[in-house]
Design a protein around this ligand. Structure first.
Ligand SMILES: Nc1ncnc2c1ncn2[C@@H]1O[C@H](COP(=O)(O)OP(=O)(O)O)[C@@H](O)[C@H]1O
Ligand SMILES: [Mg+2]
Length: 254
């Protein structure tokens, strides 16, 4: 008997409206195990809304979500997190007035039993934060305040934070938006490393060439619908750009 591996995540006929405004319709989207998937589309195409539904931030208006083959309903981000889905938001929601380690462990601060009191294990947190950052190749002191940090540093802290939850699927919403070109290359390497660890990644970017460099598959969205899907390895390089342009400019090819 042939074993067919199902996608780690799949949506069927997913839709979302805000009031009377339809933002997503008929979304059949999937992410395979150990896949790096690129998501591209103009502003307002619905990319962030789709990611927020998958992360339990918004409830869909219709359709279904399957995780590891089973139907799921995420009532809140904690439900999605428990299933193994982490999201890094476009605006890198970090607390500026807290230090790096506190941001990495926000909401799940390490405690250790000292007598009857459970005290915040600050020393342990600092050590774990340092190790988590070192694993990402980040030269960032865990006791520094986050407020003064660069886009690249904030990005790494966000990734370190997400990885603390040992996700199976990491959703990265426009992670390159705040980065310089050299930092973007570090981030692209990081995505490749996540794949090596067996973590599936959805990577939203406007930078098509970056997506081609790191993604197994690229999905394009336009006006709340999926308008194209390509596998760079199976597509002639000269065709990639024209397929994308068609998908983003409006002519449906799927
Ligand atoms: N919370 C919200 N309430 C109302 N409209 C929203 C909300 N979030 C997003 N939208 C609208 O949904 C559409 C898609 O937005 P978004 O998912 O952010 O697109 P993208 O990430 O592709 O730029 C836009 O027209 C946006 O204005
Ligand atoms: Mg967006």
């Amino acid at each position: 008997m042939q074993v067919t591996e199902h996608p780690i995540l799949r949506t069927a006929n997913l839709s979302k409206s805000f009031g009377s405004v339809s933002v997503l319709s008929s979304i059949d989207f999937h992410v395979d195990p150990n896949e790096s998937l690129g998501l591209i589309g103009d502003n307002g195409a619905g990319k962030s809304t789709l990611m927020k539904i998958l992360a339990g931030v918004y409830a869909p208006s219709g359709g279904e979500i399957f995780f590891n083959g089973a139907p799921v309903t995420f009532k809140n981000p904690q439900d999605a997190r428990a299933a193994g889905i982490e999201i890094i938001y476009q605006d890198l929601a970090l607390c500026n007035d807290l230090d790096v380690a506190s941001n990495i462990f926000l909401g799940r601060e390490s405690t250790k039993n000292i007598g009857i009191a459970r005290l915040l294990d600050r020393h342990g947190m600092m050590q774990e934060a340092r190790a988590a950052l070192a694993e990402l190749g980040a030269d960032i002191a865990p006791d520094q305040l986050v407020g003064s940090m660069s886009g690249g540093q904030r990005q790494l802290i966000s990734v370190a934070r997400a990885l603390q939850f040992s996700p199976k699927l990491l959703l990265m919403d426009e992670p390159t938006a705040a980065l310089s070109n050299t930092k973007i290359h570090l981030l692209l390497d990081l995505v490749k490393n996540l794949k090596k660890k067996g973590i599936s990644v959805v990577f939203i970017s406007h930078r098509f060439t970056d997506l081609i460099a790191v993604c197994d598959r690229i999905v394009a969205m336009r006006e709340g619908k999926i308008s194209a899907e390509i596998k760079p390895a199976d597509t002639k390089p000269s065709d990639l750009m024209s397929i994308m342009q068609t998908a983003l400019s409006g002519e449906e090819i799927l």
